[in-house]
Design a protein around this ligand. Structure first.
Ligand code: 5GP
Ligand code: ZN
Length: 112
Protein backbone atom coordinates (compact mmCIF):
# COMPACT_ATOMS: atom_id res chain seq x y z
CA UNK A 1 0.00 0.00 0.00
CA UNK A 2 1.54 3.27 -1.12
CA UNK A 3 0.12 5.38 1.69
CA UNK A 4 2.25 7.82 3.70
CA UNK A 5 0.29 7.43 6.93
CA UNK A 6 0.21 3.60 6.64
CA UNK A 7 4.02 3.85 6.42
CA UNK A 8 4.07 6.00 9.57
CA UNK A 9 1.85 3.40 11.32
CA UNK A 10 4.27 0.66 10.18
CA UNK A 11 7.27 2.64 11.44
CA UNK A 12 8.77 2.88 7.93
CA UNK A 13 8.64 6.68 8.16
CA UNK A 14 9.56 8.29 11.50
CA UNK A 15 7.10 10.50 13.36
CA UNK A 16 6.92 12.30 16.69
CA UNK A 17 4.26 10.22 18.45
CA UNK A 18 2.10 11.73 21.13
CA UNK A 19 -0.33 8.80 21.64
CA UNK A 20 -0.65 5.21 20.48
CA UNK A 21 -2.90 2.24 21.19
CA UNK A 22 -3.95 -0.82 19.20
CA UNK A 23 -6.38 1.17 17.00
CA UNK A 24 -5.14 4.74 16.91
CA UNK A 25 -1.93 6.73 16.41
CA UNK A 26 -1.37 10.45 17.05
CA UNK A 27 1.74 12.34 15.97
CA UNK A 28 2.89 15.91 15.42
CA UNK A 29 2.27 17.47 11.99
CA UNK A 30 5.51 17.97 10.06
CA UNK A 31 4.42 21.50 8.99
CA UNK A 32 2.56 22.89 12.02
CA UNK A 33 -0.10 25.55 11.36
CA UNK A 34 -0.44 26.39 15.07
CA UNK A 35 1.76 26.03 18.19
CA UNK A 36 0.06 22.66 18.78
CA UNK A 37 -0.73 20.72 15.59
CA UNK A 38 -1.32 17.00 16.00
CA UNK A 39 -2.76 14.44 13.58
CA UNK A 40 -4.89 11.59 14.93
CA UNK A 41 -5.40 8.61 12.62
CA UNK A 42 -6.89 5.12 12.67
CA UNK A 43 -4.17 2.49 12.21
CA UNK A 44 -6.40 0.65 9.74
CA UNK A 45 -6.44 2.44 6.38
CA UNK A 46 -9.52 4.32 5.28
CA UNK A 47 -9.30 7.19 2.84
CA UNK A 48 -11.40 9.90 4.49
CA UNK A 49 -14.56 10.77 6.41
CA UNK A 50 -16.43 9.75 3.24
CA UNK A 51 -15.56 6.10 3.99
CA UNK A 52 -16.96 6.05 7.52
CA UNK A 53 -19.69 3.40 7.76
CA UNK A 54 -21.54 1.37 10.42
CA UNK A 55 -18.74 -1.23 10.11
CA UNK A 56 -15.86 1.13 10.97
CA UNK A 57 -17.38 4.07 12.86
CA UNK A 58 -16.34 2.61 16.22
CA UNK A 59 -12.75 3.68 15.62
CA UNK A 60 -13.94 7.20 14.81
CA UNK A 61 -15.77 7.39 18.16
CA UNK A 62 -12.59 6.15 19.82
CA UNK A 63 -10.53 8.79 17.98
CA UNK A 64 -12.72 11.51 19.52
CA UNK A 65 -12.13 10.09 23.01
CA UNK A 66 -8.40 10.17 22.24
CA UNK A 67 -8.64 13.76 20.94
CA UNK A 68 -10.19 14.91 24.25
CA UNK A 69 -7.44 13.12 26.17
CA UNK A 70 -4.62 14.58 24.02
CA UNK A 71 -6.06 18.10 24.26
CA UNK A 72 -5.99 17.85 28.06
CA UNK A 73 -2.46 16.43 28.06
CA UNK A 74 -1.28 19.22 25.73
CA UNK A 75 -2.79 21.89 27.98
CA UNK A 76 -5.29 23.18 25.43
CA UNK A 77 -7.76 24.27 28.13
CA UNK A 78 -8.31 27.57 26.27
CA UNK A 79 -9.78 25.69 23.28
CA UNK A 80 -8.75 24.01 20.07
CA UNK A 81 -10.08 23.08 16.65
CA UNK A 82 -10.61 19.59 15.17
CA UNK A 83 -10.51 19.46 11.35
CA UNK A 84 -10.76 16.67 8.81
CA UNK A 85 -10.30 17.62 5.17
CA UNK A 86 -12.28 15.32 2.91
CA UNK A 87 -11.53 15.24 -0.81
CA UNK A 88 -10.14 17.67 -3.34
CA UNK A 89 -12.39 20.67 -2.65
CA UNK A 90 -11.27 20.57 1.00
CA UNK A 91 -7.63 20.29 -0.01
CA UNK A 92 -7.04 16.81 1.40
CA UNK A 93 -3.44 15.89 0.53
CA UNK A 94 -2.99 12.59 2.40
CA UNK A 95 -5.70 10.07 1.58
CA UNK A 96 -5.67 8.24 4.91
CA UNK A 97 -8.32 9.49 7.35
CA UNK A 98 -6.87 11.99 9.81
CA UNK A 99 -8.13 14.57 12.26
CA UNK A 100 -6.05 17.70 12.83
CA UNK A 101 -5.95 19.05 16.39
CA UNK A 102 -5.00 22.75 16.20
CA UNK A 103 -4.47 24.94 19.23
CA UNK A 104 -2.19 27.06 21.33
CA UNK A 105 -3.22 30.36 19.75
CA UNK A 106 -6.40 32.24 18.80
CA UNK A 107 -7.29 30.58 15.48
CA UNK A 108 -8.61 32.46 12.45
CA UNK A 109 -12.36 32.12 12.01
CA UNK A 110 -12.73 31.75 8.27
CA UNK A 111 -13.73 28.23 7.27
CA UNK A 112 -13.96 28.66 3.48
P1 5GP B 1 -4.44 17.26 4.77
O1 5GP B 1 -3.95 18.38 3.91
O2 5GP B 1 -4.56 15.98 3.98
O3 5GP B 1 -5.67 17.56 5.57
O4 5GP B 1 -3.34 17.06 5.89
C1 5GP B 1 -2.16 16.35 5.70
C2 5GP B 1 -1.21 16.81 6.76
O5 5GP B 1 -0.14 15.88 6.83
C3 5GP B 1 -0.57 18.18 6.46
O6 5GP B 1 -0.87 19.08 7.53
C4 5GP B 1 0.93 17.87 6.36
O7 5GP B 1 1.74 18.88 6.93
C5 5GP B 1 1.05 16.56 7.11
N1 5GP B 1 2.13 15.70 6.65
C6 5GP B 1 2.45 15.41 5.35
N2 5GP B 1 3.50 14.56 5.31
C7 5GP B 1 3.85 14.31 6.61
C8 5GP B 1 4.87 13.50 7.21
O8 5GP B 1 5.66 12.83 6.55
N3 5GP B 1 4.92 13.49 8.58
C9 5GP B 1 4.06 14.22 9.35
N4 5GP B 1 4.22 14.15 10.68
N5 5GP B 1 3.08 14.99 8.80
C10 5GP B 1 2.98 15.03 7.46
ZN1 ZN C 1 -3.13 4.48 4.78
Amino acid sequence: MDCLFCKIVAGQIPSTKVYEDDQVLAFRDIAPQAPTHILVIPKAHMASVAEVSPENSGVVAHIFEVIAQIAKAEGLENGYRVVSNCGDDAGQTVHHLHFHILGGKRLALEMA
